[in-house]
Design a protein around this ligand. Structure first.
Ligand SMILES: *Cc1c(COP(=O)(O)O)cnc(C)c1O
Length: 392
């Protein structure tokens, strides 16, 4: 018998199964805003990040199709070789105007935007400070960059200031990286304090607005705009894949920052540009976001109603605002069980387990969209009461 070099995968899989942590990908059927379909059952979709219902908006779809017809489906190459078409150009201009920055760099995904931007800004001899609850792409980006990595407790800007003070003079460049809106908790980073610390210590500050763009702040310009510090956050990363309903990542900033990224961010240089259709669709979604503020107002209003309702039946809902409503159940089995009972009642809710969240904090992550309604939320609250609370 020859040695099987992949045999270790079975041990890892066994462990995963024993811990209830095995996951698999499920195909869902056609969508109308706020709904998904599986095995002929219509499900209220409380799991996606399509907060404004734009991923299946007919105008967004039409814009994508028109771009595909004119410019082809694939982009053919890296944007620096020949992968940038008119829809990308227009999208970059519109995003820069929306973000009120000089320029925007486009990346294949939000994940790639964070990874590549961090790699272009720091390396060996530098340091990255990150919030403990930062998204995987900020953590991986920091690790892969070769810089030293320091993690501070969630939202603890005092601890961050202390760490930076202690490290003074030890590193060449310093980068503070944080989610603007935390993806699994829905709360906002203390951006006013982080901006102060960055300015005082001469650090670069990167804010990942993946869940902020389109949803928070004036015109939906994100968490840093909501907290009044957008113009002091020099590196703002966004994604086109959440409220903008498409796919792709971007960085908004000064001309010199964007020129630097276009020349030094490996995930931009060495990866094919998004399809022109994705850019065309995102551009239409951006227009809708600006012209239809009711979508973002609606999602906040639904968020308040859901939080109040869940608390009133005795469920523990952490402080946060906006469309991401976590209900922390702690135990993995309990969380899976609750999610599958909700599914049987027609609600698709994400069951979030380690390693996505810390051990002991497994949770249902309810993600609201402008296309949901009060009646659905009231039914959901009733179901959650019976599936999440221990019967007594
Ligand atoms: C989803 C997410 C990303 C990645 O964006 P994609 O465009 O899906 O790759 C980055 N940061 C945060 C905080 C996210 O939640």
């Amino acid at each position: 018998m020859s040695f099987d070099p992949l045999a270790w995968l079975d041990e890892v899989a066994d462990h995963r199964n024993r811990m209830g942590l095995h996951r698999s990908i499920v195909p869902y059927g056609t969508a109308t805003p706020g709904w998904l379909e599986r095995d002929g059952q219509r499900l209220v979709d409380l799991s996606s990040n399509d907060y404004l219902g734009l991923a299946s908006d007919p105008r967004v779809i039409a814009a994508g199709m028109e771009s595909a017809r004119r410019y082809g489906w694939g982009s053919g190459a890296s944007p620096l070789v020949c992968g940038w078409r008119e829809p990308h150009q227009r999208l970059a201009e519109d995003l820069a105007a929306f973000e009120r920055t000089e320029a925007v760099a486009l990346f294949p995904t939000g994940y790639a935007a964070n990874l590549g931007t961090i790699a272009a800004l720091v390396g060996s001899g530098d340091v990255v400070y990150g919030d403990r609850l930062n998204h995987s792409c900020l953590i991986q980006g920091a690790r892969l960059s070769g810089a030293s990595v320091r993690i501070f407790p969630h939202g603890d800007h005092e601890r961050l200031a202390h760490l930076i003070g202690r490290d003074q003079g030890r590193y060449r460049r310093t980068l503070i990286a944080t989610d603007g809106v935390f993806s699994m908790d829905g709360d906002l980073a203390p951006l006013s304090e982080l901006v102060e610390i960055a300015e005082r210590s001469g650090s670069m500050l990167l804010v990942d607005e993946a869940h902020g763009t389109g949803v928070f702040g004036p015109e939906g310009r994100g968490a840093s705009a909501a907290l009044g510090v957008a113009d002091r956050v020099a590196i703002r990363v966004g994604t086109l894949s959440k409220a903008l309903g498409s796919v792709g990542g971007f960085v908004a900033g000064s001309r010199r920052l964007i020129d630097h990224l276009n020349n030094h961010a490996p995930t931009l240089l060495y990866s094919t540009a998004t399809p022109p259709a994705a850019a065309g669709a995102a551009r239409e979604a951006l227009r809708i976001i600006r012209e239809e503020p009711w979508r973002r107002e609606r999602v906040h209003q639904l968020g308040r109603r859901l939080r109040d309702g869940l608390r009133s039946v005795g469920l523990k809902v952490p402080e946060s605002e906006g469309p991401i409503v976590p209900v922390i159940l702690g135990d993995v089995d309990r969380t899976l069980n609750a999610a599958s009972r909700l599914l049987a009642s027609g609600f698709l809710v994400g069951a979030i387990r380690p390693p996505t969240v810390a051990r002991g904090t497994a949770r249902l992550r309810i993600s609201l969209a402008a296309s949901h309604d009060e009646e659905q939320l009231d039914r959901l609250i009733e179901e959650m009461e019976s599936v999440c609370l221990p019967a007594d």
